[in-house]
Design a protein around this ligand. Sequence first.
Ligand code: 13P
Ligand code: SF4
Length: 309
Amino acid sequence: MSSKIYELQQEIRELLKEKNAIMLAHNYQRDEIQEMADVTGDSLALSQIAAKTDAEVIVFCGVHFMAESASILSPKKTVILPRIEAGCPMADMVTVEKLIEKKKELPGVPVVCYVNSSADVKAESDICCTSANAVKVVNSVKGERVLMIPDMNLSMYTARFTKKEVIPWKGFCPTHQYLKPSDVLEMKKQYPNVKFVAHPECTPEVLDLADHICSTSGMYKYAKESDAKEFIIGTEMGILYKLKKENPQKKFYLCSNKLICPNMKLTTLEDVYIGIRGMENIIKVPEEIRIPAKKALDRMLEISRDQIN
Ligand code: 13P
Ligand code: SF4
């Protein structure tokens, strides 16, 4: 680690202490951010922490919908998103107007909303889910059909494990969508008999080639508990930091060098320092949206209460 990174991390640590702040980082963040965060995790784990932390300030190193969820769950806390423009293109593939239109076509059909969505979309949904609990959430809602937004790949994956009819929305994550079966087959040829682990945001054709499918935190668990020594990884490259750190005797190969989310890579240590020093880029959700959005998140958290990621 360079001395500049080390110094900046020290200064951030002091500011975090001074402001009674907690630093949360998603598993796709840059290595030096993950290295110093108080907690790293997947979307579910980070929302569970945001809901119960005693800290007054949450510095959220991730993308907009994640910081927004933290603010929805903890309205009295100050939630900082160090790079305000760090968004999620998949979340932008559903708007509240389009969702309201669709709901009119499907009266009475519950809406299950992936947390990768904006607050106003959550507010129009019955319950949220993450990649770690989607099947559980879909099975928990009443009725034979559900509308699942916005990720069509997660919807199709979930449909494999439920008797309900899952109506998908046509959104997708560009980072996972562009991983092709040919990329996987090439890697499997290069590394024969190596386990391929994929995120459910990948296409069904890619998932068909996977030995294991799980959320980002599920990958840490799988890598740790598996007897295998080598893995081909089908998700964003940021995951490699902790996989390698926690399993120094094992080898991890990124399935493709296309697996980079530009939004997740925006946040730097400098941004974190500036954000917390000036208490800048605060995420706040108006009460009329926050309250119904919180209901959808709370329902999900209630179902996932015992799920440790
Ligand atoms: P996880 O919930 O598995 O961390 O994935 C969320 C995601 O796609 C972040 O982009
Ligand atoms: Fe959104 Fe995909 Fe980036 Fe996750 S990896 S933030 S789903 S674009």
